[in-house]
Design a protein around this ligand. Structure first.
Ligand code: SF4
Length: 458
């Protein structure tokens, strides 16, 4: 399991006696990257020095709003110089507004915030943003300085749904700290579900806000793992899924240099998925492949098509999984023989096999393939997505044109005829009326039905 703590003040004096130990404990806990946000010029310099010394440490340079009354133009120039000269500076931060503590005049905070955001824009760096009880000014300034599409994170989120929606609409990532583990923060936990998984980051905000069961102690990056269970519960995933997703998100936002190779097999929850091919006979308008190579933090873009042997090698120990699923970024029945041979191996291990397909297997293979799947595939999930051929063609754009829909229905019937369980899926984007028609069709085709949310894959 790999984790990234995107916000830890390891330059603070709290760690002066045992920093090497703290870093070792973090690495032992799977923390592969730690980002230190600077809070003033001296702290930003210290953070850069630590990044030069420790491979897992990266930094942001910035001046915290608490410092705004003391800041000179030379300080901003010093941050600029640090940002330009060091490869391990991956963001400008921690910058923002804090009207809660009120340690600095509001006007000075606003000026400093704008100056720092301009640096981020000039060098195309991400921003690590702090906001406490300054929502309106904060949003206005971010929009004015960085435009409608912001590369950055709203750190230690503790606001309401309205603020969360605004931050998300600006394109920002969101991170929660250890406070989501506290008994009395149910309202905050209730907001997590509104954060799309591809915008979620983890942070400790060390040395502050230690999570339960360590509340009251000095916080440190190793404790980031205590946030996993809360997020896993909210999204219905495993802690390992959350670790992978958030590590991928941090790698994308901050360009942390973590290698993410295309994966032949990939676990999500207690299922193991097999990525057989990236080719497909459809060009669905909603297909995730158009905007990302990733599903739940797994890179599915293969630069080769794996052989049966390579797939079987990649399966590993199957005892941990309730099912193996042929899926990936493409249509598995384009490689029917490979699917059959691997399915036979998996069945031999006593594990259930599911095939997800666009239902075009008969056209692809120029024959009825249901008899060849019998005994090898337990469940087939077919993406129905439309109640008639015309709307199917508009949404799914099969290379077989108008023939595709009828061929899919025939395939479904033949699978049922062979005794194979069939599940039909639809995306909610087709509207309630069409969803209901598809649900009825599933009943008539003796199949189960599952409604899927647009852009939620896996
Ligand atoms: S069938 Fe699946 S893989 Fe193929 S284009 Fe549609 S969504 Fe993408």
């Amino acid at each position: 399991m790999k984790l990234v703590d995107t916000h830890c003040h390891l330059d603070f004096p709290n760690y002066k006696d045992d920093l090497a130990e703290v870093i070792r404990r973090a690495e032992d806990a799977g923390v592969v990257r730690m980002i230190i946000p600077g809070t003033n010029v001296a702290g930003s310099r210290d953070a850069v020095r630590l990044a030069e010394k420790y491979p897992a440490i990266f930094t942001a340079c910035g001046i915290h709003p608490h410092e705004a009354d003391k800041v000179s133009p030379e300080d901003v120039a010093a941050i600029r110089e640090l940002a330009v000269q060091n490869d391990k500076v991956v963001a400008i931060g921690e910058v923002g507004l804090d009207y809660y503590r009120g340690f600095a005049e509001k006007e000075n905070q606003k000026k400093l915030f704008r100056d720092c955001l301009r640096l981020a824009k000039e060098f195309d760096l991400a921003v690590i943003l702090h906001n406490r009880q300054a929502d309106e000014d904060f949003i206005d300034i971010v929009k004015e300085e960085l435009g409608p599409d912001v590369k950055g994170v709203a750190h230690c989120f503790s606001g309401d749904k309205k603020l969360l929606d605004e931050l998300l609409s600006l394109g920002l990532y969101i991170s929660f700290t250890g406070n989501i583990t506290f008994k009395k923060t149910q309202e905050l936990r209730d907001l997590i579900k509104y954060v799309p998984q591809d915008r979620l980051l983890l942070e400790t905000d060390s040395p502050y806000i230690s999570p339960e069961p360590l509340r009251g102690q000095r916080n440190e990056p190793a404790h980031v793992k205590h946030l996993l269970d809360v997020h896993a519960g909210v999204y219905g995933l495993t802690p390992i899924d959350i670790a992978r997703i958030t590590t991928h998100n941090a790698n994308i936002l901050f360009e942390l240099g973590l290698e993410e190779k295309g994966e032949i097999t990939y676990p999500i929850r207690d299922s193991l998925y097999i990525n057989v091919t990236n080719r497909c006979t459809n060009r669905c308008t909603f297909c995730t492949r158009q905007y990302s190579d990733y599903v739940k933090g797994h890179n599915l873009r293969l630069d080769f098509e794996p052989s049966e042997e390579e797939i079987i090698d990649a399966l590993g120990d199957l005892s941990a999984y309730k099912e193996v699923v042929f899926c990936g970024y493409g249509e598995p029945t384009l490689r029917l023989e490979t699917v059959r041979k691997v399915a036979s191996f998996v069945k031999g291990k006593g594990v259930k096999v599911r095939l997800t397909t666009n239902g075009g297997g008969d056209l692809i293979n120029s024959r009825s393939i249901a008899p060849e799947l019998k005994g090898l595939i337990d469940v087939i999930s077919v993406s129905l997505n439309a109640p008639d051929a015309e709307s199917y063609d508009e949404i799914c754009k099969s290379v077989y044109g108008g023939k595709a829909y009828d061929a899919m229905l025939k395939f479904i019937k033949e699978c049922r005829g062979e005794g194979i369980e069939v599940e039909l899926t639809c995306l909610d984007m087709i509207g309630e009326e069409n969803v209901e028609k598809c649900r009825k069709m599933a009943l008539e085709l003796d199949s189960s039905f599952r409604l899927r949310k647009l852009h939620v894959v896996g």
